[in-house]
Design a protein around this ligand. Sequence first.
Ligand code: HEM
Length: 864
Amino acid sequence: MASLKFDDNNVPYLDLGDGYRIALEGDEYTDAKAKEKAARELRETPDVVEQSLQELRSLLQEEKTLYVPMDNDAFMIKFLRPCKYYAQSAFELIKRYYRFRSKHPDLCDELYPASVKHVYAEGLVHFLPLRDQHGSRILVLECGIANNSFPKKQVRLVSFVFSKMFLLWALPLALYLLYRWSIATYDYFEKRNVPYVKPVPFFGQVLSFFTQGRHAVDVASEGYRMFPNTRISGVFTLRTPAYLVHDPTLYKQMATKDFDHFTDHVTDFRIETDPILARSLFFTNGAHWRHHRSGLSPAFTGSKMRSMFGLLSKSAGDAMGRLLVFADGKPFTMELRDLYSRLGNDVMTSISFGVEVDSLTDRDNEFFLKGKRLAQIDGLPGLKFLMATTIPRVFHFFRLSGMYKDVNDFYTDAVARNIQLRETNRITRPDFIHLLLQARKNTLGAEKHEDEALQDAGFSTVKEHAFEQKGEGKMSWADIDIAGAAASFFFGGIETTTTLLCFTSYELAVNPDIQDRLRAEIDEQRESLADGRTPTYEVLQKMKYLDMVVSEALRRWTPLGLTNRKCTKNYTFTNTDGSRVTIERGQNISIPLKYFHLDEKFYPDPLRFDPERFADPNNINQDAYVPFGTGLRNCIGSRLALMQAKCILFYMLSNFIIKPDTKLTIPIVIDETSAGLNAKHGFWMNLVPRSAVLFLPTPTEKWKPSKVSLTDLFRAVQLALEAGMYEPRTQLNGAVVILDMEGLALSQIMQFTPKFAAMALDWIQQCTAMRLKSVHIVNNSYLFNMLFAIFKPFLSEKLRKRLFFHQKDWNSLMSHVEAKCLRPKYGGTLECLETDGMLLGEMFELYHKEYELANSFGYLKKQD
Ligand code: HEM
């Protein structure tokens, strides 16, 4: 524990262990290096000092209403040094400094450490024990807001129910007409000698879409079980025939070697009606897809994933902290689909947009609500998807769109604003928008020496194929293309990863021995972690059993059970009976990933959840293990999905024991009405905290405005800077400020009234007698960036040049402040006890006399 001590000269210091301490250094520097620097940078030679002291004294004598200790050289030098010994400038600075104090008595009167002891106690303002490589003091302000409230779950079903009721009365007439028109094509497979599933009449199919007797993936894959001895069969979706691939090797061949025949996905959205979806990687086709895929691939390499991992882990770790606070050490019941989709949304919002949201607390935040609407594939959007896939001409004739307009507008706007903010403020952050902007400038490439070791996120990781762009000319990345790409990550990533986490948690809950073994592996790895709780990319890569569990969950509960291709060039192959089958250009192909995974031929006792299957990967038929698809159009996000799922499981099992709740149905009942894979009655689990306090992440969001007012915070900062100004070494080398905006919330931003902001700007730019070398803003969110954009025009050129925005890019921070001075949470290597704010406040209080003297100076008040 940190402690307050005194050295041999009776100077107080805060002992942080291992030789690290924080003390105010009141003595003049005497070493040659500092003297040489002072002479070089500040013109500090005995003659100049003497002369400027005299000049300043005579200038001050003219300022009759200002009371300052003119006989006190140390006092005068405090102002002369930041002004490089130009007496006139120091004189102006002194006047501004004391005018500011007179003008703002609420902020500056009776400025004693004791009056803001609570601010220090909260750890909001403190110094780091080491100076930076230039000798500057490092002052840290942690301004993020603390918010641990966790409101009760709000059920949002009304609009969903309403949309279904609408469909029930609006559709029947149209369906009857479609039925008459549909029957004609049903002899398609008969003519081609391909076994096929006799279709339910069109009308019945549409009706079953809403009443749903069976899961959509199962309906589409019915032929897989009916015709065990063929490589391909036929099936109808509405009136459209589709081939169903039975042989995983054929799928692989189509997706890799013969990719030229199957370059496209089936669903056809148009740019005019679906500007975002049509540009998303999932739905775009042809040259546009090639351009986007080859441009985006470098954003998903192992090294990019590793650099993004910090954001991901931080977002998941913070959420886990809130869950623990909510749990308060006691078991509680929770529906995990809701939890995981909120976590997934927060992670994706952070790594895509650089916006920190907390969907556990701020339950109706726009990113979450729009993300949900974007990924909705049931109800009306589901019907539209079906139409765009099976009757695209009708879909386009009515100019229908697959995505809600408000969702379109939201992503278009959010991306455009985000890009503008970054470009005007030169913000960089290791997230997708940043990478996509690099793709726009053609500077996004795989690392020169891509670290092979980082590529493997687990057994299920799919290979990224390199392919040539085929003379389609150069395409550019407009803002809308970037929006489309970002939306495709939300669309493709959140529900799938949520499904993986839900079913893995279910299996862990009903197989406690597997859960215990996995937890033992996690606990073992935690011992190797610097803080014992925050997993790193490399640690997750090492975890064999975690990988076995996740691989088996992806097999047993394949999140995307069916994928598709469009035949883009006639394709002929030999069927099992020796007959030649030709798939014609324009035909749809379905690939039943789920059924490969549940096929006894490949996986004995396939319904059993058994991670041991993956103990030796050589036992797995690689062609028949395709949770992320295969070939050139496989899932671009497999590494991200695996790392995210593993990271969240790591946190969950570190902190909780997952037990089935009484509301959980065992075995799980699948929701047949959902197009995705889901549990009918939810994933209700009982989460039992392990040792809550032990694993509680350090709360980084510190500022509780109910405890510390903005005025007090400001006063505490002034006092800390005053302390720095007292030190000759800091007068020479200046100060570096780290402004940690972790968790800054809108409510907090609202406290910065225009009046307060103007005052703060005036103070920092004009009235502090401190050489402010640089201000580093870290963990800054989208909200902060918006706030800053308002202030920017009012900043002086000088200050603007000294402001650096790093978000969470610690390499960027460390290019200014060397690693050994920074704590690990800022990417540094400074491993000593945290500064105890309470003790720091007490240490400042020991300088009461000095502060008292300082408070006695200034402009005389009227009554004086
Ligand atoms: C457990 C989680 C996930 C699963 C099981 C999954 C599965 C799949 C599958 C099966 C495909 C189709 C492959 C094919 O047709 O051969 C796919 C495509 C895709 N996935 Fe994922 N995915 C997951 C997570 C993600 C994440 C996190 C992202 C976002 C970054 C993502 C983005 C995409 C995109 C953009 C495509 C379309 C690729 C293209 O057409 O070029 N997926 N995914």
